[in-house]
Design a binder for this molecule. Structure first.
Ligand code: NAD
Ligand code: UGA
Length: 438
């Protein structure tokens, strides 16, 4: 297929962000010819030079392979879609003020390609889009002899390419068999269940999966609160619950609350979709409320540990990204908690092993928070240190040195990554997720 006479590009992907670029690279690794289109010309220039806009395993390596083998093109010219049968849309669908997903990027992307699509092409929504979006795209393209399909993406940041190449399932929603066939041909090298359905069901599967995972984590976070009240051991409780194979350990880790660019926006969008169909999705509403309460609980815990007043108190924060394995600070629980502490008068030294000190990242943080180069810089003169992201390196720090540079002895581990025995052995007061703060 890669050398088909009729197809210059096996696939064109609109949007070169986490999903679009990871998808492009994954298709390159499957031997396909891929064109990647982005409106951001500066981004396109960097991509042409083999530089990815974010840190993601395997991406730069595959970009360079694709560029060297001339099987990968980066361009800001949407007319390149004239040379393919399949066009993926991987543009943002951010949260609108009312919580619904904003599909204006999809509409603009469709407008940019519509005059160039060849007859019989399939336009595939890979972005996470509300139920009915494929129908709307089909309306926008009503005068073109093309197909519209939905192929939701389940990859995670930090393991995007591996998740794409080794998924649990590939979901394709479409109204025509031709469209399904054209999309599935691209995935010939991927061994996974195929779930073929209509576009509305495919769109809902994506939100339902993110909703379920968010609810599962919220369940674990509720258990952390209950364990604290009941004097139960959270680690043991989660081990005991997750060991039931019907439940499983994955996405059952309690923490400071879930964040990132997807779960927060997608749970609100799912609530909005449900309301649009006159249905109140109580479970997702509860998951969102529990998540907000978890942030507040974490703030209260830290405040209680330092004695009830944060005014002028200096704290150390270990972790800024929304989870380990990524450099992404968007909608990070760590950032939210640090800013909450600063709002209450604290100053914070924050260390993260991956988040770059870009102007954009600095703008996400309160003026009282400073990004520093090492955990020891962060800890210097701090009354308490708080672990906010589960980076493995936080499990093996030089506890003695840390304790010496700090002004206080409290180590608050909101990600359960530090051994309480090691911490207390070095003279720390260890406070875990379910340790009473008082
Ligand atoms: P992103 O912000 O990282 O990237 C989007 C890219 O699209 C940007 O480079 C932007 O310049 C480009 N763009 C915007 N409008 C365009 C247009 N008209 N033409 C060409 N390019 C355009 O976004 P993302 O994280 O890749 O998310 C994209 C979609 O995928 C969203 O719907 C998101 O919910 C979904 N999703 C994201 C993830 C994830 O882990 N980030 C996983 C699964 C699904
Ligand atoms: C999530 C989903 O896992 C992907 O399947 C989905 O494709 C993606 O959203 C999306 O739709 O964009 P991602 O946002 O990369 O992926 O990150 P996750 O690994 O899911 O973590 C999300 C948040 O939940 C993080 O803040 C993380 O720390 C938290 N989390 C995760 C927990 O608190 N406990 C867990 O057990 C797992």
């Amino acid at each position: 297929m890669a050398n088909s006479e009729h197809t210059s590009w096996d696939v064109v992907i609109i949007g070169a962000g986490y999903v679009g670029l990871s998808t492009a690279c994954s298709f390159v690794s499957l031997g396909l010819r891929v064109a990647s289109v982005d409106v951001d010309s500066e981004r396109v220039q960097h991509l042409r030079n083999g530089v990815a806009p974010f840190q993601e395993p395997n991406v730069e390596q595959l970009m360079r392979r694709g560029l060297t083998e001339e099987r990968l093109l980066f361009t800001d010219d949407p007319s390149v879609v004239a040379d393919t049968d399949v066009v993926f849309l991987a543009v943002p669908t951010p949260r609108s003020a009312d919580g619904s997903a904003d599909i204006s990027y999809i509409q603009r992307a469709v407008a940019s390609i519509s005059d160039h699509l060849r007859d019989g092409a399939v336009v595939v929504n890979k972005s996470t889009v509300p139920v009915g979006t494929a129908d709307q795209v089909a309306e926008l393209l009503a005068d073109k002899p093309v197909h519209v399909a939905s192929n939701p993406e389940f990859l995670r940041e930090g393991s995007a390419v591996m998740d794409f190449l080794y998924p649990d399932r590939i979901v394709v929603g479409a109204q025509s068999e031709v469209a399904v066939r054209k999309v599935l041909r691209l995935f010939d090298g991927v061994d996974a269940d195929r779930i073929i359905t209509d576009t509305r069901s495919a769109e809902l599967i994506k939100y339902a999966a993110n909703g379920f995972l968010s609810a599962k984590i919220s369940f674990a976070n509720e258990l952390s609160a209950l364990c604290e009240q009941a004097g139960a051991n959270l680690d043991d409780v989660l081990e005991g619950v997750g060991s039931d194979r019907r439940i499983g350990h994955k996405f059952l880790a309690a923490g400071p609350g879930w964040g990132g660019s997807c779960f927060p926006k997608d749970t609100l969008a799912l609530l909005s979709i449900s309301e649009g169909f006159d249905y109140e999705f109580d479970l997702i509403r509860a998951a969102v409320n529990v998540n907000r309460r978890q942030y507040e609980r974490m703030l209260d815990k830290i405040i209680a540990v330092v004695g009830g007043d944060l005014d002028g108190v200096h704290l150390a924060a270990f972790g800024l990204t929304f989870k380990a394995g990524t450099d992404d600070m968007r909608d990070s629980p760590a950032v939210q908690i640090i800013n909450g502490l600063c709002d209450r008068g604290a100053t914070v030294g924050a260390y993260d092993p991956a988040a770059p000190q870009t102007p954009l990242n600095r703008r996400l943080l309160h003026d009282n928070a400073r990004m520093v180069e090492t955990p020891y810089d962060a800890a210097c003169d701090a009354v308490a240190a708080v672990v906010l992201t589960e980076w493995p390196m936080f499990a093996s720090m030089e506890w003695g040195t840390l304790r010496t540079v700090m002004a206080g002895d409290a180590l608050i581990d909101l990600r359960s990554v530090i051994s309480p025995t090691l911490a207390t052995g070095a003279g720390f007061r260890y406070i875990g997720l379910s340790t009473p703060a008082g």
